[in-house]
Write a protein that binds this ligand. Structure first.
Ligand code: GUN
Length: 281
């Protein structure tokens, strides 16, 4: 039976550390603030935004919410981003994705000032990740790495398989594992023999977006399995991994909920602190 990696407990520890630093910064007259922008009323996005605001409270970081209607014009969102870029009370800016179809996500991501881009989605920050000069941490991949580290699982020299090639998770995850000297393979919807490749992994990261996609047959005995999935089934949150069956075979596994999700938010708090300290220029 796999060892359960507790993301909720680890996230609480990280947030407590962030809070100590935030309090010290406040004592020097610097007040960290995170602007969270949500467009439309996607229920999942609303849940994430609320969780991010709650984490700000726990870390003593000010949060500013901007909830815009689903029909918001691209120009209006870009104008808000420009205003937040110029606002000294705002250390970090997060525009919750996905955005409605009339808005070009790439344009909005590129409009956020790189030094306030706490998601690390701006091409400048993506480029920094690529070369291993981390200004901001890519939140979900960095959270996965902390989960792996917390379990004492060695990455250097190990076979790492990432399933999913999104800009938010798959690609930066591969980079982080590579920088830690993992031997990394990225699988996706066109990959042939995916199950066979996954079975070779010492560390398997599932970021597919399909409930229970990773079955026990795709997992090596003793592997560390990190589940990034946030799928909704009959209103219940469900990961990309068939947890019950895979837990019998894996060495380590993260649950959903209570695994990667809370760590993503904890890393966002770390990035907001870094932004407020002026670490990223
Ligand atoms: N939508 C899903 N995940 C994320 C995330 O990490 N950041 C933002 N801004 N939107 C998301």
């Amino acid at each position: 039976m796999a060892v359960l990696i507790d993301g909720k407990a680890l996230a609480a520890k990280v947030k407590a550390e962030v809070r100590l630093e935030v309090d010290a910064l406040r004592a020097q007259g610097v007040e960290p603030g995170l602007a969270v922008v949500i467009v439309g009323d996607d229920p999942a996005s609303r849940i994430y935004v609320n969780a991010k605001k709650k984490a700000c409270e726990a870390c003593n970081i000010r949060s500013f919410e901007y909830a815009l209607p689903a029909g918001t014009a691209e120009g209006d969102l870009l104008a808000l981003v420009a205003k937040l870029n110029a606002d000294p009370q705002v250390s970090g800016i997060l525009v919750q994705l996905p955005l409605p179809p009339q808005i070009d996500e790439g344009k909005v991501i590129a409009a956020v000032a790189p030094e306030k881009d706490v998601d690390a989605f701006h091409p400048v920050n993506v480029g920094r990740i690529m070369v291993g000069n981390y200004g901001f941490l890519p939140c979900t991949p960095a959270g996965c790495l902390e989960l792996i580290d917390s379990a004492g699982v060695e990455i250097a020299g190990k076979r790492c398989v990432v399933i999913g090639r999104s800009n938010i998770v798959g690609k930066p995850m591969a980079m982080l594992l590579l920088h830690r000297h993992g031997t990394v393979t990225v699988c996706h919807s066109r990959t042939q023999n995916l199950a066979e490749i996954a079975r070779g992994a010492d560390i398997l990261v599932a970021a597919v977006g399909k409930a229970r996609f990773v079955t026990a047959e795709m997992v090596k005995e003793g592997a560390a399995v990190i589940d990034v999935g946030m799928n909704r089934e009959d209103g219940k949150l469900c990961g990309d991994v068939d947890f019950e069956a895979v837990a019998l075979k894996a060495g380590y596994i993260t649950p959903v909920p209570g695994g990667v999700g809370p760590m993503t938010i904890a890393m966002l708090m770390k990035n907001t602190l870094r932004a407020a300290k002026g670490c990223v220029r």
